[in-house]
Ligand binder design. Sequence first.
Ligand SMILES: Cc1cc2nc3c(=O)[nH]c(=O)nc-3n(C[C@H](O)[C@H](O)[C@H](O)COP(=O)(O)OP(=O)(O)OC[C@H]3O[C@@H](n4cnc5c(N)ncnc54)[C@H](O)[C@@H]3O)c2cc1C
Length: 414
Amino acid sequence: MGNKNVLIIGGGTAGLSAAGELSNLDIHVDLVEKSDFLGGHAIGYTCKATRNTCVKCGACMVEEKLKDTILHPKIKMWAGSRVQEVSKNSRFTAKIHCKPKYIDPDKCTNCRICFDKCPVDDAILHGSSKNNIPFYAVNEEKCLYFKDKSCGICRDECPEKAIDLDKEELEHSIEADAVLVAAGFHPFNPEDKPYGYNRFDNVVTSLDLERMLKQVGRVKRPSDDTIPERIAFIQCVGSRDSKLNHLWCSKACCGSAMRMARLIKGRRPEIDITVFYIDVQTFGKDFEQFYKDAQEELRMIRAIPGDIYEVEEQKLKINFLNNTTHETLEEIFDLVVLSIGITPGKDNGEIAELLHLKLADSGFIESGAEETSAANTGIFTAGTISGAMSIPETIASAGKAVRQIVKHLRPNSS
Ligand SMILES: Cc1cc2nc3c(=O)[nH]c(=O)nc-3n(C[C@H](O)[C@H](O)[C@H](O)COP(=O)(O)OP(=O)(O)OC[C@H]3O[C@@H](n4cnc5c(N)ncnc54)[C@H](O)[C@@H]3O)c2cc1C
């Protein structure tokens, strides 16, 4: 297998997981990731261990996959890159377009000087994991050098001379024997829901809370950095919603929300936490015990709120229907967390066209599509590009895809 090569599109949990497995089988991998950093969504998630006990949230699994693959000699990582064209003769030939690497990964020591000295917010981005190489990237959309060349502070201050803002885009060609599509999902944007996201400072998404807990290490109200006394989680925002034609359960949100709520409770038992839900999705083999313990710590209300209003001190008033008495109730919270769902990736249409894959009505790419047409034999899918799933399920789907790929590369083996 030493002469075989697999092209992977997407460097999240699925892509990294498959890359690790394939390289361990002596198969070369070219992994093309469109963002500057590898790890996908899950690399930004916090460890949710409560009172020093692992609760199997999966966040560390992604970190481990990144650590194992980032410098693996059989894996070539193409961060900041996109596949533009794919043709097939006896092998696949893919043309990839690579954004310039303004920060040379071989020279950058992650000293943070560029980040600290940059005068514009978000012009230098940093990865969520210490295993990202390099840990920083230049954001052309915000950087003043790309606007009017009025600033070059990062380049001038870098002690390693690792920054070159005049680098040019490159195109490369990759030959591969199989293609694995692992381009992931898009988190639901709740701006159009009546919950005040992006209008009220203290309404955040579960993804914002994941990042807050990972980067800041504690929960706070964005409006004033104070610790909230009452937090509400609203489940199924963007999932199981017939008005949106999102009929699927996102599978990971109940586990993620309850684990984060218990993490917050474990650190600050005085915080009062209410979870509004439709149904609780079971997760993990220890679910029954986990849920029993969670119910002792969290107030679980089976109702989905109608609207959220901002009241004095930027607190939030939630209206909901009591399922038993059918009365409309109102309660005030300091922070509201919207448990947003998994929706189809923004590039799914483009990817389906590029590789002759089938898009389901939901917008996800049909898994198993690789078996349906001669034009795309040798093309496989893994992870949330084909539907909502948790980190362990994503890793399992990458394993399944690897087995299919090996069979495709060695058709005569059992
Ligand atoms: C709010 C929230 C919290 C969650 N918390 C948990 C949790 O605690 N535990 C758990 O088990 N699961 C959790 N999940 C689910 C988890 O995020 C997914 O299972 C996992 O991230 C799926 O990995 P993936 O590789 O399929 O997709 P992604 O993480 O989306 O990775 C896909 C990668 O492909 C890249 N990409 C996209 N398009 C292209 C393209 N055209 N070319 C090249 N690259 C491309 C993306 O930039 C990205 O890096 C949560 C989900 C949500 C929404």
